[in-house]
Design a protein around this ligand. Structure first.
Ligand SMILES: [Zn+2]
Ligand SMILES: [Zn+2]
Length: 184
């Protein structure tokens, strides 16, 4: 979804569109750490207001995405509810506007070439902003057993007690197999 700024009427413009997996895939890095998949299309609702030196974009992005848990690697659903409140500024206008009142109000800025705003790019940015750095399926996710690789949320493995008893027991075991020191 790309909109020319000169096509936004003075009274403003409303945008409503949906985002499919295909739209999202275009913006995913090749080694996407979240493994994001759309459980259903993302709904985007935006209001555009043209101002003399910028474009105001407000609205909301909502949907449900499937991501993987960084602790247990299981996929789970993450509810996306991102409020958009952005000031789109022409790239070339930025240097001389550094101390305008806009910055003092600490508004969120984004930049465009002055003619066309790429709303797909904007949605992608907002989706990634909405995700935490490390997504967790739950605060008490028990993760994966480093010994056998089982998901400890689903089952208790045989090695877990050994691992929990003392992380140093493994170290002692390794040490005992090393040749004794200082006897060369
Ligand atoms: Zn988890
Ligand atoms: Zn285990």
């Amino acid at each position: 979804m790309r909109i020319r700024v000169d096509e936004i009427p003075e009274s403003g413009r409303s945008l409503r569109f949906q985002w499919s997996q295909e739209d999202l895939s275009r913006f995913l890095p090749p080694d996407d750490p979240f493994e994001i998949k759309l459980a259903q299309p993302i709904h985007v609702r935006m209001e555009l207001q043209k101002r003399p030196d910028h474009v105001e974009v407000t609205g909301k992005i909502s949907g449900t995405v499937q991501v993987i848990c960084h602790r247990c690697l299981a996929p789970f659903l993450f509810v996306l509810e991102e409020v958009i409140d952005l000031v789109m500024v022409r790239e070339e206008d930025v240097p001389e506007q550094e101390e305008t009142e806009l910055e003092e109000e600490e508004l969120e800025f984004d930049f465009f070439d002055g003619e066309v705003i790429d709303f797909d790019h904007l949605v992608a940015e907002q989706v990634f902003l909405a995700l935490p750095v490390k997504t967790l399926c739950s605060h008490n996710c028990r993760g994966i057993c480093p010994g056998c690789g089982r998901n400890l949320n689903e089952e208790q493995c045989a090695c877990s007690q050994e691992t929990e008893s003392s992380p140093f027991s493994k170290l002692e075991e390794v040490k005992s197999k090393l040749p004794p020191q200082g006897r060369e």
